[in-house]
Design a protein around this ligand. Structure first.
Ligand code: UDP
Length: 321
């Protein structure tokens, strides 16, 4: 039986990855310091004998007993408000954490997969973004802690590959949505769902003409698993090329929720990228992958989750928690 370590295993993407790997017949160790991850994302796995959770901060030396075949390095705060709240932890997990996880991959002769990001492209001057675009990142802006940590992580990953011969893979993840996103993680879709489901004003930042391309979580995880089993060392974009404006995203969520909410405009955060759309030619060619879930279907599946999450939140408020 193959064994995988998932750092950030209690997070949104990490927990879905654990589910998928277990379903594929692997043993899975999830590691998370629960800074932004949540045990509720993995509690359904606790009874599974092939699953183990270790609460741990991967910026410290990582020790795991026994063989490991795959390391998926997903630990990091990942939403703009998280890395504004935890700037140093974000930098540390991207740099020190990546170093430790790579060291473990080398020691165990494991395949290492880095969860990188479309943020490597910054506020892009090339559209859509291809993997050979070097990006337009402000290192000293508020988003710099995340963008530069991930860029450093990519460089470190390539160094371990070139110098130590570690089998490494790098996925550049574009905006992804689905069940288990935190209601208050500040990202556009969770914010819009929460606001629409409680009939509060839906906050569009700027004039809402900035664009994003949203990928449903099951598609993303499938692309990542395929990449881990491929031979591709250089970064691969995984995301859904269906690009929409943020205003349109807000309006679609309001309509889907049958909400009476109105859109209100708020100031645009510093260095907020104006456009973002993955060019997935490489993923199609190298991995035979492309997304299957339409935005309409994905939003409907996500609505079911957010309805429950909002009901839970309202009940907790009522009980004075
Ligand atoms: N955004 C918004 N309202 C919100 C949260 C986000 O209009 O309540 C905007 C944000 O300014 C950005 C886009 O939606 O232009 C996507 O933001 P998100 O935080 O989801 O991810 P990003 O792609 O910026 O990392």
């Amino acid at each position: 039986m193959q064994r995988a370590l998932v750092t950030g295993g209690a997070g949104f993407l990490g927990s879905h990855l654990c589910d998928r790997l277990l379903a594929d017949g692997l043993q899975v160790i999830a590691m998370d310091n629960l800074l932004t991850g949540d045990l509720s994302n993995i509690e359904h796995l606790f009874a599974n004998p092939n699953f183990k959770f270790i609460k741990y901060d991967v910026t410290e030396f990582i020790h795991v007993e026994g063989p490991i075949d795959y390391i998926f390095h997903f630990a990091s705060p990942a939403s703009p408000i998280d890395y504004l709240e935890f700037p140093i932890q974000t930098l540390k997990v991207g740099s020190l954490g990546t170093h430790k996880a790579l060291g473990l991959a080398k020691a165990k002769n494991a395949t290492f997969l880095l969860a990188s990001t479309s943020e490597c492209y910054g506020d892009p001057l090339v559209h859509p973004q291809k993997e050979d675009y070097w990006g337009n990142v402000n290192p000293v802006g508020p988003r710099g802690v995340y963008d530069e940590a991930k860029r450093f992580a990519e460089a470190m990953t390539m160094a371990y590959h070139r110098y130590h011969g570690v089998k490494t893979r790098i996925v550049r993840i574009f905006n992804t949505y689905g069940p288990r996103m935190r209601l208050r993680d500040g990202r556009a879709l969770p914010a819009f769902f929460q606001q629409a489901l409680t009939n509060e004003p839906v906050t569009v930042f700027g004039d809402g003409t900035q664009t994003r391309s949203f990928c449903f979580v099951s598609d993303l995880i499938d692309g990542i698993v395929r990449l881990s089993r491929s031979e591709e060392v250089l970064p691969v974009n995984i995301g859904n090329p269906h690009e929409i404006t943020i205003r349109e995203a807000a309006e679609r969520v309001i309509k889907l929720c049958g909400s009476t909410s109105q859109v209100v405009c708020k100031p645009l955060p510093v260095d907020d990228p104006k456009v973002r759309q993955p060019d997935i030619t490489k993923a199609r060619k190298v991995l035979g992958w492309e997304p299957k879930v339409s935005l309409e279907d994905g939003l409907r599946m996500t609505l079911e989750y957010f309805k429950k999450a909002v009901a839970k939140q309202l009940a907790a408020k009522k009980n004075g928690k």
